[in-house]
Design a protein around this ligand. Structure first.
Ligand code: SF4
Ligand code: SF4
Ligand code: FES
Length: 358
């Protein structure tokens, strides 16, 4: 088959950046990685990209196709070629580009290491001297998080990381839950304290792009939600994000509705709310916020209360209350729209380039 693609080339030494088009003859089963190999072998030996296993294991070949992160060795090109599309291939986002499709993974690994991604055992050795055994059911709690291959596709598309490069990010936090959820680990509270700090759990915007782009089904956003639930269960709720989440529960439990007007003082505290009074009055004046008193109570509020009691009776507080496999957004088609950006122009962050080359 004939495969055409445009590749963003970048030379860190000169700062030159150019979109080059390549057309090659490739076997019908070719992946994007195979096509890049053909370009490098037969057309332009200077093209730079990473690869190793070629089978979705090593995590080396993360890059963007039409603005969305993919593993090149997982992405078949047959449909693209058949439809005559010319995808744009570029380096992953949120990481500095070294050259062409190669990004500097150092910031990624620094965050990974900050999570202390190893067991800190807190169990006594069994008396028979044999290994400490736990049930499959308990290990299933971290099954998805253990699938991570550190490819960086989630980080590439993370909105929170784009606005705050210090945000721990989806991969590191998913790794964090890998150990928080492991019954053998003894550092749960210390971990939750650390992950709940500035640039941690509560900085996630819940855009779900990480779930959507992860090629291994790790669903990092789910892991972050579970970390948040565990933090609250453990009493680590100083952050506004935790207070916000707690008020959602309290509000629905008492009235069956989210009482938004009270959300601000409950989340930010009274002093901060008073400082925002002028803004609040403006909202009220323009019918953007109301001061319903007494608050409206849903006719069937008992249903919400019963649901809460059920969760408590089943002991489903913390991460145990989360349903695995929440991938609603992952079902969205993306990446093949006119203009490249799947949800409209600018819907995905652009590749990072050193300032002097912008
Ligand atoms: S859901 Fe959170 S962690 Fe995932 S991409 Fe969005 S902001 Fe980043
Ligand atoms: S969570 Fe998924 S997308 Fe992110 S690094 Fe791990 S495997 Fe890659
Ligand atoms: S080359 Fe190893 S994951 Fe693609």
């Amino acid at each position: 088959m004939q495969v055409a693609m445009k590749i963003w080339r970048y030379d860190a030494a000169t700062g030159e950046r150019a979109l080059r088009e390549y057309e090659i003859d490739a076997p019908e089963e070719a992946t994007l990685l195979d096509c890049l190999d053909i370009v490098k072998d037969k057309v332009d030996g200077t093209l730079a990209y990473r690869k190793s296993c070629r089978m979705m294991i090593c995590g080396s070949c993360g890059m963007r196709m039409d603005g969305a992160a993919v593993l090149a060795c997982k992405t078949r090109m047959f449909d693209v070629a058949k439809e005559g599309r010319v995808p744009v291939i570029s380096a992953m986002g949120n990481l500095p580009i070294v050259r062409d499709l190669v990004v500097d993974m150092d910031p990624f690994w620094e965050k990974f290491k900050a999570m202390k991604p190893y067991l800190q055992p807190g169990y006594d050795r069994p008396e028979d001297g044999r290994e400490y055994r736990i049930t499959q059911e308990r290990m299933n709690a971290v099954k998805k998080e253990a699938l991570c291959i550190n490819c960086g596709c989630c980080v590439s598309e993370c909105n929170a990381m784009e606005s705050d490069p210090e945000f721990l990010g989806p991969q590191a936090l998913a790794k964090g839950f890998r150990f928080v959820g492991d019954p053998r680990d003894a550092a749960t509270v210390e971990r939750l304290e650390q992950y709940s700090g500035e640039h941690g759990i509560w900085e996630c915007t819940r855009c779900f792009f990480c779930n959507e782009r992860c090629p291994k089904g790790v669903d990092p956003r789910d892991a972050i939600a579970k970390l948040g639930a565990e933090a609250i269960r453990t009493g680590i709720d100083r952050d506004m994000g935790a207070k916000h989440a707690k008020w959602f529960v309290r509000s629905t439990e008492t009235t069956g509705w989210l009482r938004e007007t009270e959300l601000v003082p409950k989340t930010q505290g009274v002093v901060s709310s008073i400082k925002q009074m002028k803004f609040a009055l403006n909202l009220i004046k323009h019918n953007k916020a109301g001061l319903a008193f007494p608050p409206h109570v849903a006719a069937n509020v008992d249903e919400a209360r019963r649901l809460r009691r059920l969760v408590l009776a089943q002991g489903r507080l913390g991460s145990a209350g989360h349903i695995q496999g929440e991938r609603a957004l992952a079902k969205l088609e993306h990446g093949h729209h006119d203009g490249g950006d799947p949800y409209g122009p600018g819907s995905f962050p652009k590749p990072y380039l050193p300032e002097d080359t912008e």
